[in-house]
Each structure stands twice: as C-alpha cells, then as structure tokens.
Design a protein around this ligand. Structure first.
Ligand SMILES: Cc1cc2nc3c(=O)[nH]c(=O)nc-3n(C[C@H](O)[C@H](O)[C@H](O)COP(=O)(O)OP(=O)(O)OC[C@H]3O[C@@H](n4cnc5c(N)ncnc54)[C@H](O)[C@@H]3O)c2cc1C
Length: 683
C-alpha cells in the first residue's frame, strides 16, 4: 500500500483542496471528524464498528440517533455545517434521523413560509428545539404529487384546518424521520375551503408531543422496518384522523387563507413577488446537493475497491509462467479498467456538480434582483444531472462491491451499505425516468422556440442553433474527413463530437415526436417516442458533464501541471470509455450510428484507453486518497488506509456477537435445533 501511495505523479492534497474548495475547509472538516469520531469511540480501527455488532432494527435506529446527536451537537457548538448534507459516514443527510430537519423541513419553511412564520420556526429548527420531517409521499402517490389525497379542510367557525387521511392509500409512507424521531412535519395536503379543492399545499403540523413523546391525538405513526440501507433513520408512515391545526399552520408565503375563508394566492394577488419561482428553486437546491453527495458515495466504494485491489493477490494471469508469484488483482486489465473507469466517473460527477453550484449561486443572485430568466434552464439541467449522476453512481457502487469479490458482499466490507445508500437516490427527489422527461420537455420547447418567434435561452442558444441547422438541412450524414488520431484524442475535439452526437439525437427524437404528433395525441406521441427522447436527454447531459470535466482539467494547466495532466487523462478516459462501454444504455452505439466515428476507429480508442490506463495506474491510490475519507467513515474492513485487510477482517469477524458462542449453543441445543434434528430418525 505504501508503494502504491508513493508512486503517485501528483500531490493528492492539491486535489483534496480542489474537492473541498479550499484549504480552510479541509482543515476544519478534519477537525470536526476527529472530534465526532473520538466522541463516538470510532478511532480504533481494529475494533468492530458498533453498526456491525449484531444490531437489529431497534439497535440500528438507536445507533443512528446516537450519531445524529453527535454530529448535530458538533455543528451547533462549533458553528459549521460539514455534516448537514454528508454525515459522519459521508452518507447523504437523510440517512440520519435528524437529517430532514435541516434539509427539507427547514428549507420548505424558508421558501414557502411568511416572514413571521420564518421568524417563529427557523430559530427553533436551527437550535434543534424541534425535529421536522417532510411528509409528501403517500402509499399510492409518490411521483405524481398532484394525486395526493390527504386533505386539509378549513373550518371558518373554529379558524382551523382539519388534516385527514380519507382513504387507506392516502397514508403518508416513506418520509425520513417520521416514524419515531420527529416532533413536527411539513405535510403536503389538498386545501379544501367550503367544498372547493385548491390543490396541494404545505402545512406545518405537530405530530408528536414534546412532553411525553407520544403521537398527538389524531395521528398514528410508525416505522417501515428494515430497508436496503437508511436503517439508522426511521422512514415512517403517518395516518391523520381529523387532526385540528390552527390556520397559521398553512405555509402562507405564496398562498393564504383569510379569517373569513377567502383564498388568495400569488396568481390572484396584484404585484405579488414571484414567490412560486423562489419555491421552485428549493427543488434545484436539493437536487444539486444530491448530485454532489453521490459523487462522494461512489468514491467511498471506489476507495475501498482501490485499496483492496492493491493488496489483494489472487491467482496469476492466464497462461503465465507457473513459477510467477500471485498477482495483485489490480494487475488484471479488467479490474484495472473497471476501477479507473468508475474513478473517472466519480470526478465527472463532482466537477459537474461544482459547475452547477456556480450557476446556482448566480441564479440566486439574479432572483434577488427579480430576474428569473435562467430558472427554466436551471430546473431542466438539475433534472438531467440528478438522473444521470445517480444512475452512474449506482452502477459504479455496485461495481465497486463486485470488484471486491466475495469479501465485498459481506457487510463488514462497508460496500453493501454504500451501494444501498447510493441506490435510493435514483428514486427520491424525482424518480429518474420521470426527471429525464422534464429535461426533454424543456429541450423540445427550446427547439421549437424560433418557430414561435421566441428567444432561445442564452445557456442553450449555441447548442440549439446546431440542432436547428441539422433540422433545416434535414440532418445530412455527418462526416469529418479529418479524423486523424491526434485529433481524435484531443480533449476539446472529443467534446465537440459529444456535442454533435447530442444535437443529432435531439434532432432524431424531435422528428420522431413531431411525426407521431400528426396522427396521435400529444400524450400518446410523447409516450411512444420515450426511448428516443431518453437517448437524447442522456446524450445532452453527457455532453454537459464532459464539458465541465474538460474545462476544469484545462483551467488548472498553468498552476499545477501534474494535477492538470492527471485530470486531463481522466477526462479523456471518461469520454472514451463512455463510448466503448456506456453506462446509460439507451444511446449505446449512437456515435457510430450517427457517423461521428467509423467502426474501425473504436479499436484506436481501445488502444488509447489502454495507454491511459497504464499512465493512470500509479495514481489510483492518490486519486481515491484525495477524497480524504477517514477509516471510521468508510466503516470497512477492506478499505482502511493502511491496507491491512486480512488481519482486520478476521479481527472484526471474531468480534461479531454471533461468534461469542451463544448463537451456536441456541442453534444446537434448542428443542427444535440442529442436534435434535440430526439425531432424529427420518425413515
Ligand atoms: C430512502 C428513501 C427516502 C425517502 N424520503 C422521503 C421523504 O423524506 N419524504 C417524502 O415525502 N418521500 C420520501 N421518499 C419517497 C420518494 O420521494 C418516492 O419514493 C419517489 O418520489 C418515487 O415515487 P414512488 O415511490 O411512488 O414511485 P413511482 O412513481 O410509483 O415509480 C415506480 C416506477 O414507475 C415509473 N414511473 C412513474 N411515473 C412515471 C412517468 N410519468 N413516466 C415514466 N415512468 C414513470 C418510475 O420510473 C418507476 O420505475 C423516500 C424514498 C426513499 C426510497
């Protein structure tokens, strides 16, 4: 491990600073991790981590509470937010029973509450005097929010709303922290006034007493039991039975119910501030954070896989001399390829997230000046980036587990938990296949804009001009006579190929849709051409992601040539492997199909990929060390920094409570146990 570490061609600390934006943040994060891991008793990495000590549903949840207390306490005492989106295990914040308080509960009040509501609630949230959940999803409705059935009926006589779950399918089901941990929740319910349904609105509701911790009268609460991951929190259910809450429970920043039952909303108020647009940006904020979080989740899996692949020796290359020593598994080209391909993807996700963050900061500044012109684009980009990044991270996390063979499958490797945690991100905060369609609806609108005499959004103007040119020329077969090898492997040339491919797939999807529109309804045409729209959406995002990666690598050239070279190799590896072995399969083959490469050139790419793999091999450990994960945060017998895999795996295995003798005793000696079974006559 030491040899692999010192073989690096660049200083990983420089990359760490880039990942965390600046050196101060790195130092302050390290200090926070040290304090919290020390408090939680996690610093001895030969000791079996508590989460593996035979904890059942209750135990895992209580361990989640213990950890949530430690990190929240540290954030409040030391005035930082290092554990807000990524907790002490670098898991996304809603894995913690206090996570949703800051992520969605606070954010919803901040954006949808009136100034008075914010003054009342936000300090209580920040000091964790209360703990809030975000209760939207119901048994029968997740993606389709407009289908929500929970009702909030206004009673003008008592000046209250009655929150009710009118059907079994309207029970809230899934919200993080709802089962046991939260005292309050923002509840999505249909607002009904004098029989009129005003659609889904958000209400702050107390669900659990702060005195005796029981659910308040009119609310039934419970936990969903074991999940693939997220077992440190209590994703829960809530059934409301005519629960009365005051009129002030309605988050009234953009819609109000007056004392006499009159309903006003932004749409009905003259000169009202465009609060609904601000609300829209909550979703963008959450999605951009998810994109960043999955880069870390994927990298955790890859850090374990990289360290394990360096020290694990297994067999010899096929047909090699029998006297050779066993090879480290990273020497096998397949392992080497898988590892570096996914490492390249983890950086691709990170840099795309960072670019999105910059754009988001600009959007917020513009919106403060009442300029919302970038909102549609930013919303569309957030949907595509979230869908792409979480899919890629999912595949990569599963591969990281498989790269560690059987040992990767055991919980002690930390990999099943990482895989499960990343996996859920494809589903929440917009299911990926639903999100892709939102991106495509936006891009189609932009393609049509010139025909309607409308301006194309500035951010996509150049891209759409290329699309329109293809459409107007009826998309002639693309051929570039100058496909010399030098040019083929130039980073910016590759980027231009990605752009052309995305444009051509968009043209194909748009044509297929408009042709179907002649004979079918909008809905049927849209549904029927979904697979070609998915290809186009994915190709567009892959172009945007590659652009971030390429520009990031080239922008540091002057300052840090070692780092720049590594990142440039990595971005090229990302671009080429995505052509040869695409993660997202809907557009597989599209580069060749659209004449952007001749089939023979794929072989040139494979050769160049092999060269890149060789060049990057000395940097594998540095590229994963750079994420700065502590041993405790990886929680993996295979992935500690020292590479001492076997000793630690056996030490942790021996410490498992199941191995203390009592389980075997029960299994053999019980009346219906093994001993009795073996002795019984079965003839
Ligand atoms: C770990 C975790 C934490 C969660 N936390 C919360 C929380 O704190 N608060 C909360 O309110 N909810 C929470 N949820 C729920 C989550 O938001 C929903 O699961 C999510 O919105 C997806 O909805 P669904 O489960 O109804 O899936 P569905 O919408 O039923 O999707 C099922 C399948 O149908 C497909 N599909 C559905 N609609 C379309 C369409 N229009 N076009 C094409 N395909 C479609 C999807 O692609 C998917 O394959 C959480 C879920 C998980 C897993």
């Amino acid at each position: 491990m030491h040899r692999a570490r010192i073989s690096a061609t660049f200083d990983p600390m420089k990359l760490t600073v880039m990942i965390y934006d600046n050196e101060d943040t790195v130092v302050s994060r390290r200090a926070a991790f040290e304090r919290v891991e020390s408090d939680l008793g996690l610093l001895d990495n030969m000791k079996l981590p508590h989460v593996y000590s035979g904890l059942d549903r209750d135990g895992l949840y209580l361990e989640g509470v213990r950890r949530a207390r430690a990190i929240t306490n540290d954030m409040i005492t030391h005035g930082h937010n290092h554990f807000q989106w990524l907790n002490e295990r670098y898991q996304i914040g809603n894995t913690s029973p206090f996570g949703m308080n800051f992520l969605m509960f606070r954010r919803t009040i901040e954006l949808q509450g009136t100034p008075a509501q914010q003054r009342y609630w936000l300090p209580r949230i920040d000091q964790m005097k209360i703990n809030g959940a975000y209760a939207q999803t119901e048994l029968a409705h997740g993606t389709f929010v407009r289908g929500i059935e929970t009702t909030a009926t206004f009673d003008v006589n008592t000046d209250t709303f009655t929150i009710d779950s009118p059907t079994p399918t309207s029970i809230k089901y899934w919200p993080g922290g709802l089962g046991f941990s939260c005292s309050h929740a923002v509840v999505a319910a249909r607002l009904i006034i004098q029989g009129k349904d005003h659609g889904v609105h958000m209400f702050i509701v107390q669900i659990r007493s702060l005195q005796n911790f029981k659910p308040v009268n009119g609310v039934e609460l419970g936990d969903l039991g074991m999940k693939m991951a997220y077992n440190g929190t209590c994703n829960g259910y809530a059934r409301f039975n005519f629960l009365r809450v005051p009129r002030s429970s309605l988050l009234a920043g953009h819609a109000q119910v007056l004392r006499d039952g009159t309903y006003t909303s932004v749409q009905t108020q003259k000169d009202a501030p465009p609060l609904s647009k601000m609300v829209y940006s909550t979703m963008l904020d959450t999605r951009r954070n998810i994109v960043r979080c999955v880069a870390f989740g994927l990298s955790q899996g890859l850090t374990i896989a990289a360290r394990y692949s360096t020290v694990r020796e297994q067999g010899k290359p096929m047909f090699s001399n029998g006297k050779n020593e066993e090879a480290a598994i990273i020497a096998y080209k397949s392992q080497h390829y898988r590892l570096l391909t996914h490492i390249a993807q983890s950086y691709a996700i990170l840099f795309a997230a960072k670019d999105y963050d910059l754009k988001y900061a600009q959007l917020i500044r513009d919106q403060a000046n009442n300029n919302h012109s970038q909102l549609s684009f930013m919303h569309a980009l957030s949907t595509g980036l979230k869908a792409w990044a979480t899919t890629v991270a999912n595949t990569g996390a599963t591969e990281a587990r498989k790269m560690c063979g059987g040992h990767g499958f055991v919980a002690l490797s930390g990999l099943p938990e990482i895989e499960g945690t990343v996996s859920a991100t494809a589903t929440f905060e917009g299911e990926n296949y639903v999100l892709w369609q939102q991106l495509m609806a936006y891009l189609f609108k932009q393609v049509e804009a010139p025909c309607r005499g409308q301006e194309v959004d500035i951010e996509v103007k150049e891209f759409i001009e290329g699309v329109r040119a293809c459409l107007d020329a009826d998309m002639p077969a693309y051929s570039d006579p100058d496909h010399s090898q030098d040019k083929l492997f130039d980073d910016f040339y590759l980027l231009s190929i990605y752009e052309k491919r995305a444009q051509r797939l968009l043209v194909a999807a748009f044509k297929s849709y408009t042709t179907m529109r002649h004979s079918l309804s909008v809905a049927t045409a849209w549904n029927n051409c979904m697979i070609s729209t998915l290809s186009a959406g994915q190709a567009y995002i892959e172009y945007i992601v590659l652009r971030s990666f390429t520009e990031r690598a080239s922008s540091i050239a002057a300052r840090e040539s070692g780092l720049s070279l590594v990142l440039s190799r990595l971005s090229r590896l990302f671009a080429l492997t995505n052509i040869i072995t695409p993660v997202l399969s809907f557009s597989a083959g599209s580069f060749v199909e659209h004449g952007l490469f001749a089939p023979g050139q794929l072989d040139e790419m494979r050769v160049h990929i092999n060269e890149l793999l060789e060049q990057l091999l000395p940097d594998v450990i540095a590229l994963t060390d750079a994420w700065d994960f502590t041993d405790a945060s990886l929680c993996s017998a295979l992935g500690c920094k020292d590479g001492n895999v076997y000793e630690r795996l056996m030490s942790w295995t021996r410490q498992l409570p199941a191995n203390n003798g009592q389980t075997v005793e029960k299994a053999w000696r019980a009346p219906d146990g093994i001993e009795e079974f073996l002795r019984a006559s079965r003839l």
